[in-house]
Ligand binder design. Sequence first.
Ligand code: NAP
Length: 297
Amino acid sequence: MKQLVGVLGHPIAHSKSPLLHNRAFQELDLPYFYTAFDVVPEQLGTAVSGLRALGIRGMNVTIPHKVAVIDHLDEVDPAACLIGAVNTIVNEADRLIGFNTDGDGYVRSLIEETGFNPMGKLVLVIGAGGAARAIVSALLFKGVSQITIINRTEERAIELIDGLKARASELSGSFAHSIQPDSLQHMQWNEIHRMMYQSDCVINTTSIGMWPEQDRMPIANPSFIQGQIVSDLVYNPLKTRWLQEASRQGAIAHGGLGMFVYQGAIAFEKWTGRPAPVRVMREAVESALRSELDIEV
Ligand code: NAP
């Protein structure tokens, strides 16, 4: 009999996660099946209880449940506690344990695809939503020296920083020490140009540039530095206009597909105990996105 895994979200119809995981199970000939569950917020607790009742091995959790799901779990791993959100549940003998693989997935992709070494680097993060929170935590843990967060709504950047600091102070060990007092700062939107000039790595974590508004960029007329890492969490289109402009100016462009693939790969490894076949997972999602874009454009 196959083991069931899947994703809880709302809406969820366009998720590429079933494709990503089922391709991987097929590649390794593993007896698992992954499907998407559309769960409204009022039903989240009941749905999570169902994992225990049905003996489901694990779940991904996506918008809008990543924070609320924490209240329904038995245990949350320290990295997910620091982020304050869970995107992966593992059912270990009826104990539901929450993890967050978004930040580690992002950093793994950034390092493998660009050769970036985060240690001691200055990073600019544009945006302060849920995805920013995950990658900021993971980059701090990898030893970046300072992250500047600039968001359209500055209060949200302040909340992100205050929240991370508060949660870090509640944790023990290396997580508590990953945030030094001056390792995080926020600035106003009009400081973007100056901070881009000073940063080793510039990351767009906003949804600007995502299909169908693929002509938009976080700022008009951006200036990038030769050799600077310029990253975008958006992967639809695969190479946003922001990244096209970065490449044109001699910067190293890093798209969001790798984050999606690796957050899934880390979840896959937690559920199955097997190394994920990352290359075929990536190819499956990339070819689906390319054919959708061909149809949509
Ligand atoms: P979110 O929590 O809703 O945050 C959205 C962010 O975008 C906020 O900082 C928001 O600023 C900013 N924003 C939206 N429209 C803007 C505009 N017109 N001008 C300036 N700022 C704007 O969303 P999220 O979950 O963090 O996701 C953000 C992006 O990352 C999405 O495109 C998502 O698809 C992508 N993502 C990719 C992956 C991956 O695996 N590659 C994973 C997660 C997310 P305000 O606070 O001012 O509203």
